[in-house]
Design a protein around this ligand. Sequence first.
Ligand SMILES: [Fe+2]
Ligand SMILES: [Fe+2]
Length: 265
Amino acid sequence: MKILFIGDIVGEPGRRAVKILLPKLRERHALDFVIANGENSAGGSGITPKIAEELFSSGVDVITTGDHLWDQKEVAELLANEKRFLRPLNYPADVPGRGGGIFGIPNSKLKIAVLNAQGRTFMPPLENPFLLAPDEVKRLRQQTKIIFVDFHAEATSEKIAFARMLDGQVSAVVGTHTHVQTADEQIFPGGTAYLSDAGFTGPHESVLGREIEPVLKKFLTGMPQRFEVAKNRVLLQGAVLEIEDASGNAIKIQRVSELLTTQAS
Ligand SMILES: [Fe+2]
Ligand SMILES: [Fe+2]
C-alpha cells in the first residue's frame, strides 16, 4: 500500500497547496491513505474544527499535531470528538484526545495505525515518549502491522534514536516540527522507513513559513514581533511510503517537495 505523509501545513497557503496538489499526487502515486501534520494550519498556529474539516475534504485521512496543538481554543472540540485527529501520545493520561488510532483503508480490508508522539529535547516538557511508545505500538500491532509514526521533535539525535528503537515494529517513522526537509530517507535493517523531517507545506520564501522581516527583527533586537504567515513559493512537502501489506515492512520511501504553480480558484 502507498501512503503520503504531509509535513506541517502552514496557514492558508499550506491548505491551498493541499487542496490543489493532493488530488494530483493521489493519482500520480496511486495513494491509499494520506496523513498530514496540521499543527500550524490555522494562521500558522494550531488548528480548529473548521480547518480540520477543510483538510479532510481536501483528501487528508488523518491529522497529526505537535507542540502547537493548544494554540486555538476550539481544538478542544477536535480532541473530544474527532477520531481522525491525533495529539502527541505522551501527555499525561487524563489529557483529552489520543496519540494513536486504527483506521480503515478506503476500498480495502486493510487497516493502518497512526501514532503521534513528541520529543523532549528543546521542546515543552512531556512524558518520556521512549517509555510510552513501545506499549502503544504493541497495542496497535494487535490490529495491524501497518503502522505510521509522526515523531514531532527538534533534535535529530532524539528522532533517530526513537526510530531505531521502533525498527522492525512499525512501518515508518517520519519526523516533523523543524519545518526543514532532511535528505536522510532510508529503510532501517528491521524494515522501518525513516526520514528525520518531512519539511513543511506552505510558503518557503519565508523563515519556516513566516514573513522574513519580523523574524529577522526579533533576532536583531530581541523585541517581540507579530509573525505573519508568508505568501510566496508555496510547496507541499512530505514523503510517499510504500509498505508491504502482509509484513508491514517499508519497501520504499521517497521525499516529496511539490511546487504550487496554480492560484486558488
Ligand atoms: Fe510546525
Ligand atoms: Fe512543532
